[in-house]
Structures are given as C-alpha cells and as structure tokens.
Design a protein around this ligand. Structure first.
Ligand code: N7H
Length: 455
C-alpha cells in the first residue's frame, strides 16, 4: 500500500486552508541547505496521514518541491523520466499556448527557481511566522525569487474562484486510498498521480527514492474578472421562459459546465439548483450522455452541456467512452489577489495596478506531466477540434483555451454555447485568463529529504 507518512500532504488530499503562500526560492549554498534540509526542515514537512484528521493537523502545513534546476543545484543527477520537468516550464510556454512569455513574471522566466515552499494555515500571521521560521533555519542558503499569496475568497464566496464559480468539486478517487468514492468520481490507479506506484507506466525505471513523489505543476493564472463579467452580460442568451438575469447566468454557466453554486448544467440545464450543488452524492454524478432521453444523439446534442464547456474539455467523461484515459490530475490550487474594486467594476476593466492582480494559483499533481497537465492543456483544451467526432467542432476551452501560436486577444471561436442554435459561433475577443507563467516541480517523498536530496 501507499506510505501515507512519507507522501506529502498536499498531493492526495490538499492542504485546504484559507491562506496558502507559495514561496519560490533559489539555493545559493547547497551544502548548508542540504544539512538543514535533513536536520530541521524534514520534520516540518506535513505528510498525508497528518492532514487526514483535524487533531493531527499542524497549525501551518508545510510542503516542499524542487525544480529540475533545483535537483541539479543539489547535485542530484538521477533522471526522473519526465521531459517537461527536465526542461522546465519556461521552455514549454509556446507548447502550452501562452501568448509569448512577455506576460510571464520575471521570476518564472528561465530556470532560476530551484524550489518552492507551500505554507497553508487559517491566518496570514501563522503563515508568516512559519515562513520566518524556515528562513531563519535556512539563512542565506536560499534567496527569494517570487511569492504568490493565495487566499480563499471572503464570506459566501469561500471555495469559489474569482469568476464566482465553486471550485474543487470533482477530483479523482485513488485506488487503495480514497475511502468513500462519490457517484461520478473517476477512480484512478495510485500510479497515475504518484511516481513509482502501481499504474505508473514508468514504475520500473524511476529512481527508487522517488516512489510516492508527484510532479507539481504550478501556474500563476491571472483572471480578467470585470472583462469576463462584461462579456457574459453582453452575450446573455434568449431561452424562452427565462428572465434576462437567468439568460445571462446561463451563458456563463455554459462556458464552465457548472453554475456558480457548483451544480452541473448537465443535470440542471436551465436554472441553478443549490440543493443539487450541495449534495455530493449528486453533484458529480453525470456523464454528459442521456441515453434515457428519446432521440438523444450524443454526437450532436448540446442542449444540456456544450462540448466546449471547461469541465467537459478537461474531463470528457462518456465522450471518451471510458474513464481510463490516463489523463487525470489532482488539483490543489487557491485564488490569489484582491476582490474586484468598485472602480474596476464600473469601468468593466481590470486595473493595470499590479497590486490588484488576481487569479488562480493553479496546482496540479500527476506522475507524468505529459499525460496529465500538458496533455489536458495541449491536446484537449487548446485543440479546437476536441471533443472529436462531434457534429460541430467545439473550439478551444473558453476559460483557459488558447489558439496556440497566436498573440493575446486573438479571437477564439467557440460553439455550442447557445442551446437554441448550437452551431452559432461566439468569438471570444478577450483572454479571460492570462498565463503569468509557472514552473514544473517534483514533490518528493519525505524520506528523500534526509536521503538523496541531502547527501
Ligand atoms: Fe479548471 N473556473 O472557474 O472556470 N475549473 N479552471 N482548470 N478544471 C473547474 O468541477 C477554472 C484549469 C480542470 O472533473 C471548475 O471541481 C479557472 C487548468 C479540471 O469534471 C471550475 C481556471 C486546468 C476540472 C474551474 C482553471 C483545469 C476543472 C469546476 C484558471 C488544466 C475538473 C469545479 C484561472 C489544464 C473537471 C469542479 C471534472 C474544474 C475554473 C484552470 C482543469 C469552476 C478559473 C489550467 C480537470
């Protein structure tokens, strides 16, 4: 079975706190760093078992991960078997469809970042105290390259991302780990998320010290919230029987595939349904196919959910026939940045003030970046013809899809969003999500912190 004392806590269950700091650093003095990693840092790293029960959770949970440049700085030359990781995310920007790298924060441009601390707690003070503790231990052996301060949104928006939609509903269940598999949850082999475990296709060739680790994809994804709201308001649908507000909300929900409450439009195609949203035995229990409906043609019917909807592009369910696609990720992101200001809302435009940048600190875990995040982004999200075999090519994912190779603001055509005329094209002339870059990391098993990584 899995060694839950050795697997870092964020990977399988997520640290799920109101505040989470991502602290990106370089290693300037490898000898000192290694000695402190083994003597002091290792014991601060939160494992999976600790997070499973509130009584064993630390005040501030801490996880650590390294980039390829970081492993090299530590003198670790083992090949982990992952090309994306090996080359770093900066080299991957064009493949991912980022509009050049001019939008990348300078810290992510290149391979300067060696590692990241993830610190999660209920308050910013707790997080800051723990960071001060880590910095005190490591002294000048590391220096800060960049930080992203994540925070759950306030009040009744907690759990919702900045566009207003409930997030974190659908995650894969892991064989041999997940206790109660929910209806409609995908079940994956542990090796789809964890290196060296059953189901990892490269299991036999991974260095033995990596078993139970996972590749962590970090992306700082800026969200243009006033622009998104404006676009949705301007494209309200005209479905009979719905109010103007309901028609506006329906358009937004059809971009995502869920209502703001989290209720799936495949089960609630006309109006939001809060009871459905809050019932975890039902809110993930759908496939997009409705063979029980007379005359339902799966290849052309977009009445309930467009082929292009974000959750359909990223998990096509029955569209691919089987859940055994090999393309699942465990998401552990959190929003960052302030709420929309009144000035931004009235101008219907995001401020250029960098202190008002907001978005998603996106985190995805998988055992193989090419099969997980990269595949999802490149072969599904950015591929206008995916989902294949449908009557109308859907276009790219309206939320995170990019026409690869294009400049920012290149119109992205999508279809299926108007249930009355599914062939109607919408030309998205705004990038709702702008990539500010990121890095690929390896979240090692905790044992390696006093083993290979500090040798
Ligand atoms: Fe997405 N959003 O608010 O629009 N995402 N996502 N995502 N996403 C999901 O079902 C969002 C991003 C996936 O299993 C929900 O848990 C935003 C990237 C996957 O049915 C919402 C951003 C990638 C799922 C959002 C963003 C993915 C998913 C519904 C960027 C991978 C689960 C909540 C700013 C390449 C699908 C839920 C399933 C769900 C949003 C990014 C993937 C509301 C705003 C980069 C696999």
């Amino acid at each position: 079975g899995l060694n839950l004392n050795d697997i870092q806590g964020d990977i399988l269950i997520g640290m799920k706190k109101k505040k989470e700091l991502f602290f990106f650093f370089s290693i300037d003095d490898a000898a000192t760093f290694k000695s402190k990693l083994s003597s002091d840092i290792k014991s601060l790293i939160t494992n999976t078992n600790q997070l499973l029960s509130v009584s064993t959770q630390p005040i501030t949970a801490v996880n650590i991960a390294f980039s390829q440049a970081g492993l090299t700085a530590l003198g670790v030359s083992d090949n982990l078997g992952d090309n994306g990781f090996k080359n770093g995310q900066f080299a991957d920007a064009a493949n991912l469809g980022d509009a050049g790298t001019t939008n990348w924060v300078s810290g992510f441009a290149g391979t300067k970042i060696h590692g990241v601390f993830l610190l999660a707690s209920d308050t910013v003070d707790n997080v800051d105290n723990e960071l001060a503790n880590l910095q005190n231990i490591l002294g000048s052996s590391i220096s800060e390259i960049h930080r992203v301060a994540g925070a759950a949104r306030p009040g009744n928006q907690e759990g919702h991302e900045h566009f207003g939609f409930m997030d974190g509903i659908s995650q894969p269940a892991v064989q041999g780990f997940t206790q109660n598999v929910l209806n409609g949850q995908a079940t994956v082999a542990p090796g789809e998320l964890l290196v060296g475990e059953t189901g990892d296709s490269l299991q036999s060739s991974r260095p033995s010290w990596t078993t139970g680790g996972s590749f962590l994809v970090f992306r700082q994804l800026q969200q243009m919230v006033p622009e998104f709201n404006k676009y949705v308001a301007n494209h309200a649908l005209s479905v009979p029987g719905l109010t103007a507000q309901e028609n506006e909300d329906l358009f937004g929900a059809r971009l995502i595939g869920r209502w703001k409450s989290g209720a799936p439009i495949d089960l609630a195609p006309l109006r939001d349904d809060v009871d459905l949203a809050n019932d975890n035995t039902r809110n993930n229990n759908f496939t997009f196919n409705h063979p029980e409906v007379p005359g339902f043609v799966f290849a052309s019917n977009q009445t309930d959910c467009p082929f292009s909807a974000h959750i359909r592009k990223t998990r096509p369910r029955a569209d691919l026939g089987s859940e055994n696609t090999g393309h699942h990720i465990m998401r552990a992101g959190i929003p960052y940045g302030p709420e929309v200001t009144d000035a931004e809302a009235s101008a219907q435009q995001s401020s250029t003030d960098p202190t008002l940048e907001r978005g998603l600190a996106f985190v995805a875990y998988q055992s193989n970046i090419a099969n997980g995040f990269e595949f999802m982004q490149e072969a599904w999200v950015n591929n206008a013809n995916f989902i294949f075999g449908k009557s109308t090519p859907p276009g790219v994912d309206p939320i995170i899809g990019r026409v690869a190779g294009s400049a920012a603001e290149t119109p992205r055509d999508i279809s299926g969003t108007d249930p009355l005329t599914p062939t109607k094209k919408f030309s998205l002339d705004v990038e709702f999500v702008v990539s500010r870059g990121g890095e690929y990391f390896f979240s090692p098993p905790i044992s390696a912190l006093s083993g290979v990584l500090s040798a």
